[in-house]
Design a protein around this ligand. Structure first.
Ligand code: ZN
Length: 142
């Protein structure tokens, strides 16, 4: 059983913000900012690729509920809702989870990935072929 399965089952204590039959929402023990929450499905799911549709359909409304409460309760200016899939994407616990991170103006925090520098220059001169990139994604979309 993975660490998030144990947390979701209540076997490892965590500051729980919300719980229902499908999810537990806790405060991250290593927060990016105070109030950094993790939305964790109770059933083990590795990542978005393995996630059932009902979980995916429920998770974003729940993220909105948590983010709204963070904004109202903590007075933050903004919220980053982040979800990582796979080691290369920064996933460190391989049990699907969504981060909801309170943000404040001038808090000095940045998402750790940087946009490709080419996106900051003239699109016509960029190394990214946007049409081809879009085509490759769209042709396999189901
Ligand atoms: Zn798990």
């Amino acid at each position: 059983m993975c660490v998030f399965c144990k947390i979701a089952a209540g076997e490892i204590p965590a500051a729980t913000l919300y719980e229902d039959e499908k999810f537990r929402v806790i405060l991250d023990m290593a927060p990016v900012s105070a109030g950094h929450a993790l939305i964790i499905p109770k059933n083990h799911i590795d990542n978005v690729f393995d996630a059932p549709e009902d979980i995916l359909a429920a998770i974003f409304p729940l993220a909105k509920k948590i983010a709204s409460a963070q904004k109202k309760g903590l007075g933050c200016d903004g919220i980053n809702i982040v979800q990582n899939n796979g080691k290369s994407a920064g996933q460190t616990v391989f049990h699907l989870h969504v981060h909801s991170v309170p943000r404040f103006e001038d808090d000095g925090k940045k998402l750790s990935f940087k946009p490709d520098k080419t996106s900051e220059i003239d699109f016509a001169e960029t190394a990214i072929d946007f049409a081809e990139t879009a085509r490759r994604i769209m042709e396999v979309m189901q």
